[in-house]
Design a protein around this ligand. Structure first.
Ligand code: 2NL
Length: 370
């Protein structure tokens, strides 16, 4: 729903019933204000105060309508938060909109419109306003990837990357994935030739890093992965993974739990709860699945978490001794833990997106919200 449509509805009609909802709604307004104040095409030929009036005029402006429909009719328990958010927004609009218009006017070049096409005989008309390009924004997957990288950089991990076209050895054999494993099947893996695949996970980079650097090793590996999946709301033949690996003396499962608990709280917020359940992967022993409490319903049960209150977000475990050996590391001296997660899935959970395909369709109406 466009912002103009939202500001004529009440909080009740918008199904906003708590403080978090109010904050999210005002955040959306701020994004719209930010986007509009960079929209050169829209404001260039308008009177100088058009942008300011649209947001701040006494009657019918966005803020006037928010005051009328959100603030004045807010249920009693939301009055303080709506008031606070409204005042902050008003101050921000007052501070920023005039500056934005000045920037737009300054960016206009008198040269941009002249001398185009065949007729270059006329001198440029210096009084014409020029064209300026609208700014792009960071893709949500990139944004989430960088956020994850920052958390691990803060813990002392390094970022490592590697080839997307991999050998069968690094993608499967070195990871202790047996010849008979179903994931090796043509149905699941995109083969370039008998010995070469599009990597199905980022784990081969971890083997390469163990060979290259040895132990101790603390790395995260973000990147594109490929599987022979039919696209639907939760599958894409190209997706993004981030894996982490810690190898050192005396590394235990407690280090893994503590690190992933810290990561989840940094990423989803301090109130998130984290749960580990036993699982199986050929490259870790023991292995676990990591669940976080559902951020939509706070663990109460909703459609996103299928009424369970928990969402599965990662796989993890202690690196299998054979995998350490394959990376050239002595499992009698060193131990390690590893985890793997879908960046796309984290982005979907964080932003409440129900279709992975939206990330890859280049629809500006979707992308410009980030
Ligand atoms: C999942 C599971 C996982 C790893 C990835 C890993 C890599 C090496 C050694 C041991 Cl080189 N483990 N990676 C470990 C456990 C789980 O990912 O479901 N990811 C979305």
């Amino acid at each position: 729903m466009a912002i103009d449509d939202k500001v004529v509805k009440t909080l009740g009609e918008l199904h906003v019933t708590d403080a978090a909802g109010v904050q999210a709604l005002f955040a959306e307004v701020r994004v719209a204000m930010e986007t509009e104040s960079k929209d050169c095409e829209r404001w260039r030929n308008q009177p100088p105060n058009a942008l300011r009036n649209r947001w701040l005029a006494r009657h019918n402006s966005i803020l006037a309508q928010i005051d009328e429909h959100w603030r004045k009719t807010a249920p009693k328990e939301l009055v303080p938060i709506v008031g606070r958010e409204f005042n902050a927004l008003k101050k921000e609009a007052n501070d920023k909109l005039d500056v934005a218009i000045a920037e737009i006017k300054k960016a206009e070049s008198p040269w941009a419109r002249s001398g185009t096409g065949a007729d270059r005989t006329q001198a440029p008309d210096l009084t014409l306003p020029g064209y300026c390009r609208s700014l792009g924004s960071i893709h949500p997957i990139t944004r989430v990837q960088r956020e994850m990288e920052d958390i691990f950089l803060g813990l002392g991990f390094a970022i490592e990357t590697g080839p997307e076209v991999e050998t069968v050895y690094y993608n499967f054999d070195a990871l202790n994935i047996p010849e008979s494993h179903p994931s090796r099947d043509d149905w699941d893996t995109l083969y370039v030739d008998a010995q070469t695949v599009l990597r199905t996970h980022t784990s081969p980079v971890q083997i390469r890093a163990m060979e290259k650097y040895g132990a101790p090793l603390y790395i995260v590996i973000p990147g594109k992965c490929y599987r022979n999946d039919k696209p639907d709301a939760s599958h894409s033949p190209m997706f993004h993974q981030m894996e982490g690996l810690a190898v050192d003396v005396d590394i235990t499962f407690a280090d893994l739990k503590g690190t992933l608990d810290f990561f989840a709280k940094q990423f989803f917020g301090e109130s998130v709860r984290v749960s580990f359940r036993p699982s199986f992967f050929p490259f870790t022993e023991p292995s676990g699945e990591v669940y976080v409490s559902c951020s939509i319903c706070d663990g109460q049960g909703c459609s996103v978490c299928k009424q369970s209150g928990w969402i599965e977000v990662m796989g993890c475990g202690m690196v299998h001794p054979q995998v350490l050996r394959n990376g050239g590391i002595d499992p009698d001296r060193y131990a390690g833990w590893a985890f793997g997660l879908g960046i796309d899935r984290f982005a979907m959970i964080k932003y409440g997106i129900d279709d992975i395909q939206l990330f890859f369709q280049s629809d500006l109406k979707f992308l410009s919200q980030f």
